[in-house]
Design a protein. Sequence first.
Length: 263
Amino acid sequence: MKIARAPVWFIGHGSPLNAIEDNAFTQALKKLKSNCSNPKSILCISAHWMTEGTWITHMSNPKTIHDFYGFPETLFSIQYPAPGCPELAEQVAKKVLYQEAHLDDEMWGLDHGTWSVLRHVFPNANIPTVQLSLHMEKPPEYHFNLGKRLAALRDQGVLIIGSGNIVHNLKLLKWESNPKPYDWATEFDGWIKESILAGNVDEIINSFSKTESGRLSVPTIEHYLPLLYVLGASDENDELRFEYEEIQNGSISMRTMSFGGES
């Protein structure tokens, strides 16, 4: 039986509270399962695992990491007990990334960039899942090129997910109910959308910080980098769907998109 080629997703995960909320965003996540109903395994690149070197989780039972503070106790009690996939981790480290990735048996697990979204899409936590870290000493092009090398995993039924936020400025959050997005946030989020539609990947990699809207939207790069993996792992034959579009708290883009998969 031929394995269906898995899609690639970019998910704007936003606040950890989205893990326990029922809102328009989490409802959109629930619908994502129809885009990839039966992946063999999941490889997630989360904004929240920043490392020296590139690492991939190798344990059979990755722990659920609550990498935040100041939130309700309910969040800290959530577990997402998806199994790991040591075989996939070894394949990625040794054959796909040619020894550039190190195997992690105890340092990490599944952080909230992964489990806070997967619990809405795959609530049974029964799909083997690994995380790939962000090598923070490398430039944007390095991360895009790793995504290109990961693309071959899709033919094995591996769902690749980048979990971050295109616009992510915590210092300028608005806390009132349903605040209007900043103009610069709307401008940059729209620029990314139009650049993807036009195929201007080089601009997304190299020019995101050349405008004031870009500098305000990406004050630190970790939430932006997962997008580059997703763009690297996708190709021109993939059907692109913008699954969700919103800016929360004025300065957090929840833009979520899929490349390929089931229609």
